[in-house]
Write a protein that binds this ligand. Structure first.
Ligand SMILES: C[S@@+](CC[C@H](N)C(=O)[O-])C[C@H]1O[C@@H](n2cnc3c(N)ncnc32)[C@H](O)[C@@H]1O
Length: 263
């Protein structure tokens, strides 16, 4: 049920004409940074310096397999695949995101080593021990069962494989009873990673995350009319609904960048 709500919201956001120039511009100014590489835009808070750290910590090489879960249109993952020469499998709940990611891989000339598929954090549909690296950017907070997500990461990674993700940890008392964020509000991902069979190498708060989130969300809210004209009412409502709720209830404790190794 929760998954359906999330998939429907993101299907609307990623649908044509979901690529709103206003949203893209605001996001570059307040979230991803003006220096984020052209053609790899995304809707997370990953900056190019964070993505460089993620790429390095994934320790990939040509012929290795990277999986991105909650990939969206896969800008960050395609950038990592291009920089490292690794193959990429992107997994997302939204079938519109999967179609957009496939189209983008084609535009970037990466279609021979990048593919995208419908799936969830708990069920990627991928073969056991088939991945050398797993990444995820600002999506894990939506997983309705975080333990299941970490066990799925552990299942698809080979021993010694690397898990590198950015995600929000939640404030359980603030999200109690809410759909999606309230389903399994985890305040600290570290014990769950350890239980699932990972050695946690780092799980550090990203400096300035709250300022970036507040500035980006305030700018998007202000641009509501332009967004409705460019993206349509359904996508704008999905986006502004989540933003308004986030600014009101402040559901996030920290945004972390986590690095772990499969035992
Ligand atoms: C904020 S977007 C980030 C997308 C992408 N990582 C990026 O950098 O643009 C969150 C993504 O998580 C996906 N998502 C949400 N819940 C999911 C779940 N349970 N399993 C897989 N993907 C999910 C959404 O469809 C959406 O694409």
């Amino acid at each position: 049920m929760e998954n359906n709500i999330v998939a429907a919201g993101y299907d609307a956001v990623f649908a044509e004409p979901g690529n709103s120039p206003t949203l893209r511009d605001l996001w570059r100014r307040h979230a991803s940074g003006l220096d984020f590489p052209d053609g790899f835009d995304h809707i997370s808070f990953v900056t190019i310096s964070q993505l460089r750290v993620m790429a390095e910590e994934l320790r990939l090489a040509p012929g290795r397999v990277l999986v991105d879960v909650g990939c969206g249109m896969a800008g960050p993952a395609l950038w990592v695949a291009r920089e490292t020469g690794a193959g990429l499998i992107g997994v997302d709940l939204s079938s519109v995101a999967v179609a957009q990611a496939n189209a983008r891989a084609g535009r970037l000339g990466l279609q021979d080593r990048a593919r995208f598929t419908n799936g969830s954090f708990a069920q990627t549909g991928l073969t056991a021990a088939s991945a050398d690296g797993v990444m995820s950017e600002d999506a894990l907070q939506y997983a309705p069962d975080k333990r299941a997500a970490f066990s799925e990461f552990a299942r698809i990674l080979r021993p010694g494989g690397r898990l590198v993700f950015a995600a929000f940890e939640l404030e359980p008392e603030r999200v109690a009873g809410l759909p999606v964020l309230g389903d399994d509000p985890v305040a600290d991902y570290r014990p769950l990673m350890q239980e699932a069979g990972f050695t946690v190498d780092a799980c550090d708060e990203v400096p300035g995350w709250l300022d970036a989130l507040t500035a980006a969300y305030a700018a998007v809210l202000e641009a509501g009319n332009a967004l409705t004209a460019e993206m349509g009412a359904a996508a704008t409502a999905a986006l502004l609904g989540e933003i308004t709720l986030t600014l009101q209830i402040r559901p996030y404790r920290r945004r972390v960048l986590a690095i772990a190794t499969r035992n």
